[in-house]
Ligand binder design. Structure first.
Ligand SMILES: [Zn+2]
Length: 406
């Protein structure tokens, strides 16, 4: 990559750490989680953007009367390039609450720097990447070098609770174009060798089996919901695996998964035959299989067991999300980030899919290919969340390299 850009980023390590600390100090928690939203943090970020000499950000406020200032702010910064193409780095301002404070060794909103790490809520998710992308853009600006593509930074609200006031708002406003290169650096591993291009559909479904409760010595007078639930669970498990055997090497595991998971408590003693059972399945379905096909198989098994045992089986979706279209592995954004990872780290990254539900899905559903990549430790949402400073620096180099400087 361009040596001047690389040196500039490396020389600004301390500055990047300080900026990340500044972000951590301002909680940006959704009003639905008892917070005030992102306004204070967005205003602080606007100041930082100005100090770094970047163009004044455009604000796209989504109205939310529950938040401070009545808005959920989204910031867009664009710096010009030599071509009309834009490389976007989309990170989020909001953080999840700290959870049980007793599990934290330091104040979650007072950043603590130790052993090459920055501790604090939001340091990893998603402050590390917000700062990395910001300094990648600043390097070009400060050195007066035009990148090959324009660089777009989007710092969005509301990622943790559905993105209605965040990325969805920006997509509705037409901020992004079909040919834009979109990177959502909000997921990855601590090696930095995984580029996510696809996700499975998610179906979490809960079943209630209604029989008739009686004393265990008189099964003839009742209808054992436990037995019916056992039949049903085994039958459904087998049917789903049999009807949907497809595999796709993009994913690990490469097949759809249908797992019986939660089983609710039924009766409190051994000598009662339960009249009601509740159980759940977690299904992660390959994008080439339609969710309504899966649901039709589920309905068939429900009626079969109802006929066989005389119970009633009701169902309720706990979560249902149809997978977005896959970002093709040969699309320009995948090739570019793959090349940049290869150049910065010296290894070949894997391109693959995950079990479900990322922010990139919002882009993919609009027909904009997007990738998820980051180098990060697995501490998001956890007590003592931390960002590794070296990861943040590497990410800044990859982002700068992607936008290109010959
Ligand atoms: Zn995140």
């Amino acid at each position: 990559m361009n040596k001047a850009i690389e040196s500039w980023i490396r020389e600004h390590e301390a500055d990047m750490v300080e900026s990340l600390c500044g972000l951590v100090r301002i909680p940006a928690i959704s009003p639905l989680d008892g917070g005030q939203g992102e306004l204070a943090k967005a205003e602080w970020a606007e100041g930082l953007i100005e100090r770094l000499g970047l163009p004044r950000p455009e604000r796209y406020d989504a109205i939310d009367p529950k938040a401070r200032g009545g808005v959920r702010p989204n910031l867009i910064v664009k710096i010009p390039g030599r071509t009309p193409l834009t490389t976007w780095f989309v990170s989020h301002l909001d953080v999840v609450p700290e959870g049980d404070r007793a599990l934290w060794e330091t104040d979650p909103f007072e950043p603590f720097v130790k052993d090459g790490r920055v501790y604090g809520r939001g340091s990893n998710d998603n402050g590390q990447e917000l700062i990395a992308s910001l300094y990648a853009a600043a390097a070009y600006r400060r050195l007066g070098i035009l990148p090959e593509t324009q660089i777009g930074l989007a710092f969005v609200a509301d990622e943790e609770l559905g993105s209605v006031f965040g990325i969805t708002h920006l997509l509705e406003k037409g901020v992004f174009g079909k040919d834009d290169l979109v990177v959502v650096p909000d997921g990855g591993n601590d090696k930095g060798d995984f580029i996510e291009v696809a996700e499975k559909s998610v179906l979490w479904i809960q079943f209630t089996i209604e029989g008739k409760q009686v004393h265990a010595s008189r099964p003839d007078l009742g209808n054992n919901a436990c037995r019916a639930a056992n039949f049903f669970s085994v039958e459904l498990d087998e049917a789903l695996h049999k009807v949907f055997p497809e595999t796709d090497p993009l994913f690990e595991p490469s097949c759809s998964t249908f797992e019986p998971t939660r089983r609710f408590a039924n009766v409190a003693n051994v000598n009662t035959i339960p009249g009601r059972e509740t159980l759940a399945f977690d299904c992660r379905i390959l994008p080439q299989v339609r969710l309504d096909e899966v649901e039709s198989v589920i309905r068939d098994v429900q009626s079969k067991i109802e006929r066989k045992t005389g119970v009633k089986i009701g169902s309720e979706n706990v979560q249902r999300a149809e997978a977005a279209p896959v970002t093709p592995s040969d699309s320009p954004v995948v090739s570019r980030i793959r090349n940049s990872v290869r150049r910065i780290y010296g290894f070949e990254p894997k391109v693959g899919g995950v079990g479900g539900g990322t922010c990139a899905a919002h882009f993919r559903k609009m027909g904009i290919p997007a990738v998820v990549w980051a180098q990060e430790s697995d501490t998001a949402h956890m007590p003592n969340e931390f960002a590794v400073i070296e990861h943040m620096l590497n990410e800044a180099l990859v982002f700068a390299d992607m936008a290109g400087a010959e």
